[in-house]
Ligand binder design. Structure first.
Ligand code: 4NP
Length: 163
């Protein structure tokens, strides 16, 4: 099983949506027996909470089921996950700091938008303090970035497409 962890700051806006959308896409492709994912935040601000209601609304508007409770990145995540996918530069640096604190290293750590074709920017912007349209924008960025990420997984793991 290839395990992917999507990481943002609060784990209530961007990364739970990335998780839900990834699950939707891999199910459509029939990869659910080979891939799984989770999401978390680098902060402890929203542990145990459901995703932000604007995230829920954007998921349901786009026909995506979302089911997650906020949790914080922890030591075992560095061991248990094969890919760590950060939403922005600040997440990336927090993840590296956490790895150092836990005396480990972050393998296969990438920015989400590094997989987006023709990406205009390198970060998935934090929508928390903005309006509803920011959440739709995040949805669109995640949608195309995840398509690129799944293509990369197909290249890195040929067993996915050999069926
Ligand atoms: P997320 O958004 O990192 O995409 O979940 C945020 C959620 C909460 C906060 C910041 C960003 N906050 O400061 O509480």
């Amino acid at each position: 099983m290839i395990k992917v962890l999507f990481i943002c700051l609060g784990n209530i806006c961007r990364s739970p949506l990335a998780e839900a959308l990834f699950n939707h896409k891999i199910k459509e492709k029939g990869y659910e027996n080979f891939l799984n994912c989770d999401s978390c935040g680098t902060s402890d601000y929203h542990i145990g909470e459901l995703p932000d209601e604007r995230t829920m609304a954007s998921a349901s508007k786009n026909g995506i089921k979302i089911c997650h409770r906020g949790r914080q990145l922890n030591r075992t995540d560095f061991r248990d996950f094969d890919y760590l996918i950060a939403m922005d530069d600040s997440n990336l640096s927090n993840i590296k700091k956490a790895a150092n604190q836990h005396k480990t290293s972050a393998k296969n750590l990438f920015l989400m938008r590094s997989f987006q074709k023709n990406a205009a920017f390198s970060e998935v912007p934090d929508p928390y303090y903005g309006g509803v349209d920011g959440f739709q924008k995040v949805y669109e960025i995640l949608d195309s970035s995840l398509d690129g990420f799944i293509e990369t997984l197909e290249k890195n793991h040929p067993e996915l497409t050999k069926k």
